[in-house]
Ligand binder design. Sequence first.
Ligand code: SAH
Ligand code: SF4
Ligand code: F3S
Length: 474
Amino acid sequence: MLDNVNKVIDESRQGEAYGQGILSEDNGYARRFYIESYGCQMNFSDSEIVASILNNSGFGATRNIDEADLIFLNTCSIREKAEQTVRKRLTEFKKIKQSKPDMLVGVLGCMAERLKSKLLEQEKLVDIVVGPDAYRSLPILIEEAGSGTKAVNVLLSREETYADISPVRLNSNGVTAFVSIMRGCNNMCSFCVVPFTRGRERSRDVNSIEQECRDLWENGYKEVTLLGQNVDSYYWVDPISEQVFNFANLLERIALINPEMRVRFSTSHPKDITDEVLHVMKSYDNICKYIHLPLQSGSTRILQLMNRPYTKEWYKAKVSRIKEIMPDCAISADIIAGFCTEEDQDHQDTLEVMKFSGYDFSYMFIYSERPGTLAAKRYSDDIEPEIKQKRLEEIVLMQNELSFTSNKKDLGKTFRVLIEGNSKRSESHWMGRNSQNKVIVFPKIVGSTLKPGSYTSVLVDNCTQATLLGTIIE
Ligand code: SAH
Ligand code: SF4
Ligand code: F3S
């Protein structure tokens, strides 16, 4: 989920969309908090809920760690490296704490949930540990920790969706925003820690999702991304009318808010994405033609071990179906190299499905055993690190070729692009995305009224593996 730059991804989903984020400043608060987020967009979205809860109890955000009364790390457990990054960061905080003994350090998110009070024992300077479903208790826990008690709440909930909390969009470009539509996951993929750290799946009230998206539109936002670990299993029943909403119904409802507001979503599970969803996507120009469809492995045998209930053929048929209904739809994937018992033939199957699917981009990882998962209990992590690495490299190489081929196909095409801001490389260029979620960089026109949040037509005249380059044509 889902920055579209074809980064060579190593173990950890760090950087840009998945990386470290620091919220910006707020004035007028007596006490200040500093928060860094790691992991997936759900975590980034949760940090905005945390910011809202903290604002309401008198804490303003600061970018400057030295003036913070509270430091929070919203953590990720997905791979071992993600946890190592957090531990390293905590060590760095030690120095600050030495000179400011009253400052409190809190660990939030998936690592808090996984390690619970063990974190307090392992990391001596941590004062507060709060799991993803317990953020409402933060103000009380801060008080407790302030009076010297170590404060922990890692209770998971079957109901909590934070539906009534308006996230504080502190680190935003003012153009695109994430809206959480569900929490938790019931899938139990054998490699994955998320069901343990985020609990059971539950869907948020459709009306509160719609309201949040409307508010964003009214505040000038032009794109919402509906977030969930498995958005296609969204299911909500209106308690009054008893009307049932599945993901296709929700998507349509959000698309109808305004035809000029783009709608994206992430993540789809190949087993759950329906023709109904594909047809809704096709019917609305403002629903972006891009699906993140994690493959994990192209080998049916490995998929079974992963507890992913589809076969290689079934996945390929799903890709064909998407292309049949929406020939212009981009597809990306998550891929794991070196899962337990993986043989060269399994790896070749993965490369074959990648080629068949022609992914526009992918997120690629080395398998990292996570304590407590089904795979950790049942199978041995038996692939040598060098072989894992070599397979990852082959997967990355394949993806680089596919991305370049995909980008070259766009040469000469004109896309409607939503401008997100200046290009990273030069202030004289804009950066935006097309519906397919590809980044397009193009020169600004002197004297033009275009600004972040504007749509413009861009003719693609050049490309790299990762980016399309173009010129505005009005
Ligand atoms: N809910 C989303 C993904 C959540 S985690 C989905 O099902 O698609 C994001 C990605 O991290 C996964 O798709 C998977 O490719 C990767 N991942 C999860 N656990 C992992 C592990 N133990 N080792 C390596 N990669 C892992
Ligand atoms: Fe993890 Fe699978 Fe759930 Fe995704 S669908 S969060 S990979 S258990
Ligand atoms: Fe990481 Fe938790 Fe997301 S483990 S990927 S932050 S759900």
